[in-house]
Each structure stands twice: as structure tokens, then as C-alpha cells.
Ligand binder design. Structure first.
Ligand code: WT7
Length: 634
């Protein structure tokens, strides 16, 4: 039997052992699963010190050949993409593998006609519509490097990303829908391009049919261009190490980092992890609710599913529109078998009446997943009981933009679960914990800085244009290892629980306190929806804890002081009196980035009483909350 598919815990262990003892043999076997135009002559070569990685050297392939052409003889009429529009009364679309291949070829021909070729950078700034998926694939088809910018970013953020990698083209749309709002994407592009001299061409997809400006000679309607080209476009033969895409991720300091991923290694790893983490079967319907503008969408809406010939759902909307039952209605509508979302979405929906869930038939679900931040126990239990009906395993998948694919995750139905634990590393991944003295920690039941000891095929190759920064950020804190920036706890079974960014640790009276476990404790309280803890300077303790707490809807009247006492009792009970909060502020929301992360930087400033400047808050989903919190600060 092929080792590509993990079917039992013994097989997982066997694959894991092989991947550590003989990584060359292991990855060679996995890579054989794909089509190579020219075979590779060396599986890998690397230097952790120089942050230099190459995989499947000498090999040539094209990821779109592996996503499309390879499946066409058998799966031409199978649905590749199900498009569920923002407005549920608009007809949905089912795009077959055959149609998708044709549409990708046509767009690829438009790119070529406009002078885009191998190695050129193309910025994609589109809502979650089929043309977004098709644009990534069209770039990959001809070897152009895509740089997707999430269509919620402002003109300034877009311009800096276009400039950083000198894009030649932008693909956008007139506008986009998000719940009951319309976003004028083309106007944002126009504003950004004032500062972007490298852009020669803008292709515009028609979505909202709103009035927009078209700049003569630069802007072209995509539908007009598509009518002028052929429906076939051979896949460019790409070196395994040729760049596939750039995707920006924000660092703790400085401008965003353009993480660059290359062709062969990314393809091999993402296809392999999709198959195993979601235990994919040919009749499955897979739905990941992320946006393709993030790595989760690149790897597990688009490339991972298509590499396996799967049906993947592309959802344009948001969880609260037209009502809080939207996710559950989409699962019912398409009989989704794997559902993959983020803890922030789970918590926000858990806050709403359960009747939104109960209205829908979720019996098609087999596996449910979580990604993006640590999932607290309360959210885990709610998700498991109400969405998974206590039978679907939860895959808590830990990874990063930099890692390309999932690194630590249960294999559902195979790895014994433990709530809030990402559990065990996938084959090929060697996590280690380091202490403050930069020594490797051997024992279990300990926490430390999470590093990875050995490269895997989809590790980012560099930060576009700044290899030194790549080295400095990831390979110097713990020489010889990849430093993730996260802390983790390893339990007696060797299971990993990600405790959060290492920079979120707060030292109170000499005790290291992670914010995540305290927040978990607070969230256990029946009135609490969500919370965030930060440190603020304290004369005696060094730091003290400040909690920002949002409450569930419809609680009615309550005694604030009594509730604060109860919350501290929960913290004290679960972690110890040392973790009690000095200040608790109730707020109607928390400042969040569009990917759902709480922007603690802002909360830290408010807790410190420093209201002078909050830096750039333009990437917040809810910038208005900052004033509310500031005005009511304790
Ligand atoms: C950071 C990476 C890669 C998916 C989307 C986020 C946190 C991610 C988990 C998880 C605990 C998680 C980490 C990581 N994170 N998944 N299952 N449990 N924390 O990608 O924006 O590059 O963020 O997200 O802190 O370092 P990203």
C-alpha cells in the first residue's frame, strides 16, 4: 500500500520514524505521488545556519498540472469548486475540473498577452469569487509569481505590498460583497497605484457592476480580454525551486514580510498534509472558511484540495449574514464532510443561541478543524458537542504562513485527541522545546520556545528581497533551528499544546504567566464570550494583569463587582491566586485583525495608560472599538 495515505496509528508511527531516520527515502516516496516533467536528482539540500533550503533539485513540474491536467482523464466532470455567494439567494456555481482547467488556461493566455511571463510578480486583490482561485492557478500555469493581498486591506497596505515585490500587474474587481456591505475594491486599487510605478496592467473582474473609473491603456475588463484568447495553455515547466508565490505576513516589528514559497516542495507537502490531516476520501466535500488571501486559503482551499482531486467550497460571505446560521446552512446545503475554521469564529457563534445550529442538519460532517490561534477548552467543547455532535474528531492544526502547510495536528480517527492540544507532529516534522538559556529541553511535562529541528519541503525559502531578515527572524534566536515565535507545552505523552506567542508571556511577581490559560479560565464563566489579558507595570509585582472581557448577549442585569470577583475566582481556581487580575474592564468587543487575532499591542498600551499613539490600526476589523476601550479604561 502507498505510504502517501496514513490509515492507522502504527502506520503514522512507521512513517514518522522513517521521516526522521531517513528523510531522503521518506520524502522521495511521498514525492513520487506527483507528476514531474523531469525527475529530480536530489531530494534535498540545506543549511539551517544560512537559512538555505532546496528540495527535489533538478526536478521540473507545474503545480497546476498536478491540480488539473493530471485529474482530467478521470475527473473532468467532477466538481472542483463550489462557489457559495455572499447572498444566499444568488445562484451558487459548481465548476468542474474540466471547466476549471479551461478557465485557468484562458486567463493564463490573457496574462501572457499582456506581457506577464515566468518570474514576473502579479498582485491579486479580489474578493472570494471563482476568479480569485482561477487567478492564482493562471499565474502558476505560466510561472508568474502570485502575491495575493487580502481584499480587506487598505490602499496603503496594498501599495506597500505591490511595491515591495514590484508587481507588473494587478488583478482586481469592480467591488466585493461582505454581508450587507459593498467594498469598492477598484477605487482602492486606483488609490494605491498612485504610488506603484511598476504596475503596467490592471485586469478588472466584474462583480458588483458598480460605476468605476478605468484608466485608458492600463485597465482592462477581464471578460473582454477572455473573449480574445484560446482555451488551451500548456503548463510551463518549472524548476522545483522556482518561486510559486509570495504572501505577506506581519512581523512583531517592521514592515510586513513577503514570505516566498517555491514550487516543488510546497506542492509535495501541501498535497500530503491535506490528504492525511483531513483523511480525504474521493466523495468528500471539503470546506475551509478562511480567505484565499491568507496562507490557510492558499494551502487548504485551493492547492491542497485540488492536488487531491477534491471538491472544495469557496464561500464569499461571512458567518453572521444573513443570520448566525449561515455556516451551518452551507454545511447542510452541500453536505460538507470536512469543515475547517478558526477559534474566533467558533467563539463568536457559540455566543449566539444554539437554535441557529439546531435548525440545520449537520450529519454529513466527519471531521472538523481549527486553525489560527490556540483553541480554548470551552470553545473546543462547544465545537465538539454542538457541531461535531460528539462524534467528529477535531483537528487542531498548528502551522504558520512561513511553514506553508500544517506541521502539528492529530490525524483524525487515528491520533487520540486531547482537547486544546494540537497533539503530535506530522511525519517529517521534528519539533523541539528550548529553554531561556537556549538549551534543548529533553523531558516532557514542560514548556518552552517551540523550534523545529529539521527542514520540511514547504518551509518558506526567504523573505522577498531580504534574506538577512529571514535569517535574523527565524534562525538566529536558537542557532541551528527554526524558531516559530510560539511557546508550547509538551505533556507526559509528548503531545504539544501551543500556548501562544512567546512575546505574550507576562511575568508577575517572578512567575511566568501565559495569557492563553488565564483567558481560558475566564472564558469558562457562563457570562463571558471572550477575553484578552495583557500586562501593565506594577510597583510591587513588576507586572500585573489587566483583563479585557466581552460578555455574551442577553445576560440582563448583573452586579459588575460581583462578576469581577467570580471571574477572579475562576482564574484562581484554575491557575492559582498568582494569576488573579488586578483590573477587569468589560467591553463590547476586542480589537482584532482581519484574520481574527486580537491586537494585544493596543490593549497593552491602554492597560499602561499610554494613549499617545496606537500606531497603525488600519488593518483592524473594528477600529472603532479602540476609542470605546480607551474611554472606559480603568
Ligand atoms: C501563528 C501563525 C497557519 C494558519 C493561519 C495563521 C498561531 C496557528 C494555531 C493553532 C495555536 C496557532 C501561532 C502561529 N496559530 N494555528 N492550531 N494553535 N496557535 O497563520 O497568520 O502565519 O499565524 O498563528 O501563534 O505562530 P499566521
Amino acid at each position: 500500500m502507498s505510504i502517501f495515505t496514513i490509515n492507522s496509528f502504527d502506520q503514522y508511527k512507521e512513517s514518522y520514524t522513517c521521516s526522521v531516520e531517513n528523510p531522503t527515502l521518506f520524502w522521495d516516496q511521498i514525492a513520487q505521488h506527483y507528476t514531474w516533467f523531469k525527475p529530480y536528482t536530489e531530494v534535498s539540500r540545506f543549511s539551517m545556519e544560512d537559512a538555505d533550503f532546496s528540495w527535489f533539485n533538478g526536478g521540473e513540474t507545474n503545480i497546476t498540472f498536478n491540480c488539473l491536467d493530471r485529474h482530467l482523464p478521470e475527473l473532468s466532470d467532477k466538481t472542483a469548486i463550489v462557489f457559495e455567494p455572499n447572498d444566499p439567494s444568488e445562484p451558487h456555481q459548481e465548476i468542474t475540473y474540466g471547466e476549471l482547467a479551461k478557465r485557468v488556461a484562458e486567463l493564463a493566455n490573457v496574462l501572457l498577452k499582456k506581457g506577464v511571463g515566468k518570474g514576473d510578480r502579479v498582485c491579486i486583490y479580489l474578493p472570494m469569487i471563482p476568479e480569485l482561485a482561477i487567478s492564482l492557478l493562471a499565474c502558476a500555469r505560466i510561472g508568474a509569481i502570485h502575491s495575493v493581498v487580502f481584499a480587506g486591506f487598505s490602499a496603503g497596505a496594498l501599495a506597500s505590498r505591490i511595491d515591495d515585490c514590484s508587481c507588473k500587474m494587478v488583478i482586481t474587481s469592480d467591488g466585493g460583497y461582505r454581508g450587507n456591505k459593498t467594498i469598492d475594491l477598484k477605487a482602492i486599487v486606483d488609490e494605491a497605484l498612485v504610488q506603484c510605478p511598476t504596475v503596467e496592467t490592471v485586469l478588472v473582474v466584474e462583480r458588483t457592476k458598480e460605476q468605476i473609473n478605468m484608466t485608458e491603456g492600463r485597465d482592462f475588463w477581464l471578460k473582454n480580454e477572455l473573449s480574445t484568447v484560446l482555451s488551451e495553455c500548456p503548463a510551463e515547466s518549472m524548476q522545483s525551486e522556482d518561486p510559486l508565490f509570495i504572501l505577506y505576513t506581519s512581523g512583531s516589528t517592521g514592515k510586513p514580510k513577503g514570505m516566498m514559497h517555491s514550487t516543488g516542495g510546497y506542492m509535495v507537502y501541501v498535497g500530503y498534509t491535506f490528504q492525511n490531516v483531513f483523511q480525504y476520501q474521493p466523495s468528500d466535500v471539503f470546506w475551509c472558511t478562511a480567505d484565499i488571501g491568507w496562507i490557510t486559503g492558499h494551502s487548504y482551499i485551493l492547492y491542497g484540495p485540488l492536488l487531491n482531486g477534491a471538491t472544495t467550497v469557496l464561500f464569499e460571505g461571512i458567518p453572521s449574514y444573513p443570520d448566525f446560521g449561515r455556516f451551518w446552512s452551507v454545511i447542510e446545503k452541500y453536505k460538507v464532510t470536512q469543515f475547517y475554521t478558526a477559534p474566533t469564529a467558533i467563539r463568536s457563534l457559540a455566543k449566539e443561541p444554539l437554535s441557529w445550529v439546531e435548525k440545520h442538519n449537520l450529519s454529513s460532517l466527519k471531521i472538523i478543524g481549527s486553525v489560527g490561534e490556540p483553541i480554548n477548552d470551552e470553545a473546543w467543547q462547544w465545537y465538539f458537542e454542538n457541531i461535531g455532535k460528539s462524534t467528529c474528531p477535531i483537528v487542531d492544526t498548528w502551522w504558520q504562513t512561513e511553514t506553508g502547510g500544517i506541521l502539528i495536528s492529530p490525524i483524525p480517527g487515528i491520533t487520540k485527541l486531547k482537547p486544546t492540544y494540537a497533539t503530535l507532529p506530522l511525519p517529517g516534522i521534528q519539533p523541539i522545546l528550548m529553554n531561556a538559556e537556549k538549551e534543548l529541553i529533553d523531558k516532557n511535562e514542560t514548556d518552552g520556545s517551540l523550534c523545529i529541528k529539521f527542514p520540511w519541503p514547504s518551509i518558506a525559502r526567504t523573505i522577498w528581497g531580504d534574506h538577512q531578515r529571514y535569517k535574523d527572524t527565524y534562525f538566529t534566536a536558537f542557532p541551528g533551528y527554526y524558531f516559530t515565535g510560539d511557546g508550547a507545552w509538551r505533556d507526559e505523552d509528548g503531545y504539544y499544546r501551543i500556548t501562544g506567542r512567546v512575546d505574550d508571556v507576562i511575568i508577575v511577581s517572578g512567575h511566568n504567566l501565559g495569557t492563553a490559560p488565564i483567558e481560558d479560565a475566564i472564558n469558562e464563566h457562563q457570562f463571558v464570550a471572550e477575553s484578552a489579558i495583557v500586562g501593565f507595570p506594577h510597583d510591587i509585582k513588576g507586572n500585573a494583569l489587566y483583563g479585557f472581557v466581552t460578555l455574551k448577549d442577553g445576560i440582563g442585569d448583573f452586579d459588575e463587582n460581583q462578576l469581577k470577583k467570580e471571574i477572579n475566582q475562576y482564574v484562581s481556581d484554575q491557575i492559582g491566586p498568582i494569576a488573579k487580575l488586578d483590573k477587569i474592564q468589560f467591553t463590547s468587543g476586542l480589537p482584532k485583525t482581519r484574520s481574527g487575532k486580537i491586537m494585544r499591542r493596543i490593549l497593552r498600551k491602554i492597560a499602561e495608560g499610554d494613549f499617545s499613539s496606537f500606531g497603525d490600526i488600519s488593518t483592524l476589523l473594528n477600529p472603532e472599538i479602540v476609542d470605546e476601550i480607551k474611554n472606559q479604561a480603568l
